[in-house]
Design a protein around this ligand. Structure first.
Ligand code: NAP
Length: 401
């Protein structure tokens, strides 16, 4: 896939550096001021060297990254609250031009899930956002695979900085301020740690999970309840005295910042939990626990942050995209371009042709999601990488070999 990356921080840098190892080509890389753009693939190493030396990633203006040629936009600019800008506008621009979007930025799906869902409905591009919840941990996709309607509650430890502080306070009997200074020295906590220690970051992740449960269960955005940060009840860890952790320890318990998401609401706050319980992950580790309807409890744990860890979730998302919106997969072996202009493909993949023939069975499992979801029995389907686009109906017409 051709990938445009917005943001050259820990996440954007790792995505750009690792794209090649996942078989993708970075055609644009942008920071807040500039961009490197080349439809044939930018020189990632040169762009990152330039960023280190001059604080600009290329000679072009940053807007040119969005206007360039790409199949997937990786949005890794800072998470902002309220209107979620500029991330929201980046997502809109990509979806309106029928490109896919993979988010690291939590803002658009935590603060404007409904707007985003409607943009997705209007686009042949798809949106994925695994990296926004729990770094490398497959949280969103596990909920999707299991079926959002079959998950009662998603809870977990979703902020590594807060967890590191609580773990150290309990293990060493130290106070919050002391451990925070240590975490800042180690680079585990930001100079301004508010987002992490007051529970906002964990709450945003839980809001995203609540939206996945709500919209995934309802199916139709008109039927779903939207959650934003304003709906979350949030307490942080700032006011927890070291003595509280010592007392909890005497009783075989400990304290963790636990977030909880259901279809009815979001809560985040310090909770007493068993010292040796599943949720008592230590250091910067995260864990997601899903209470399922028929299969008990699922636990997924791992690294919840970091450039390469978050990039791993982004590459998994790219793999999950149904089919490339604009360019043929590299293994097609005919040409790098689809045999049809992109606007034609966008039109074809939107307009199913319901002629009434019962031929849906011939559509392979790799066909477009829109095809599978549509009730049309004849239409244009993407019949797997080898066969390319086909007009599927009584007369099957293959556009590609
Ligand atoms: N770090 C993690 O472990 C992690 C994990 C999961 C999710 N996330 C989310 O992923 C996103 C990126 O995280 P990060 O740690 O890489 O952030 P970061 O280090 O703060 O980097 C943000 C990057 O975005 C660029 N930027 C700002 N405004 C821009 C704009 N309008 N257009 C293009 N680029 C713009 C900045 O440019 P300059 O370089 O010019 O300032 C910077 O390169 C955030 O939303 C974060 O919440 C991060």
């Amino acid at each position: 896939m051709r990938v445009a990356v917005l943001g050259v921080g820990a996440v954007g840098t790792a995505v750009a550096e690792l794209a090649d190892t996942h078989g993708h080509t970075v055609t644009a890389l942008a920071d807040s001021e500039s961009a490197a753009v080349d439809p044939a693939g930018i020189d990632v190493e040169a762009a990152l060297t330039r960023k280190r030396e001059t604080d600009t990633v290329g000679k072009a203006g940053r807007e040119s990254a969005l206007d360039g040629e790409y199949d997937v936009l990786v949005e890794a600019t800072p998470t902002t609250l309220g209107d979620a800008q500029p991330g929201f506008s980046h997502v809109r621009a990509a979806l309106e031009s029928d490109r896919h979007v993979v988010l690291a930025n939590k803002g658009p799906v935590a603060e404007r899930f409904d707007d985003i869902s409607r943009l997705v409905q209007q686009s042949t591009g798809q949106l994925r956002f695994e990296a926004t919840v729990g770094g490398a941990i497959p949280a969103v996709s596990t909920v999707e695979d299991f079926g959002p309607e079959r998950i009662k509650t998603a809870r977990g430890v979703l902020n590594g900085t807060a967890n590191f502080i609580l773990t150290r306070m309990a293990a060493e009997g130290l106070d919050y301020d002391h451990v925070l200074a240590e975490a800042q020295d180690l680079g585990v906590a930001e100079t301004d740690p508010s987002f992490d220690v007051n529970g906002t970051d964990a709450a945003l992740k839980c809001v995203i999970l609540a939206n996945v449960l709500s919209y995934g269960t309802a199916g139709d955005p008109d039927e779903a309840r939207e959650f934003t940060l304003a709906d979350a009840a949030v307490d942080g860890i700032r006011d927890i005295p070291g003595s509280a952790l010592r007392l909890a320890g005497d009783d075989g318990r400990t304290v963790r910042l636990i977030g909880e998401a259901t279809r009815d609401g979001v809560r985040v706050g310090p909770r007493l939990i068993p010292e040796n319980g599943t949720l008592a992950v230590s250091g910067t580790r995260n864990i997601i626990q899903l209470d399922t309807e028929h299969a008990g409890r699922l636990n997924v744990s791992g690294r919840g942050a970091g450039g390469p860890e978050t990039a791993s979730a982004i590459f998994s998302d790219i793999e999950r995209l149904d089919w490339p919106a604009t360019s043929a997969p590299a293994n097609w072996g005919v040409s790098d371009e689809w045999p049809l202009p992109r606007p034609v493909i966008a039109l074809l993949s939107r307009c199913w042709v319901p002629l009434g023939a019962e031929r849906r069975d011939i559509v392979s499992s790799q066909c477009s999601r829109r095809w599978r979801e549509s009730q049309a029995s004849v239409g244009i389907g993407y019949d797997g990488y080898r066969n390319g686009f086909s007009l599927i109906g009584q007369n099957s017409y293959h556009v590609a070999p």
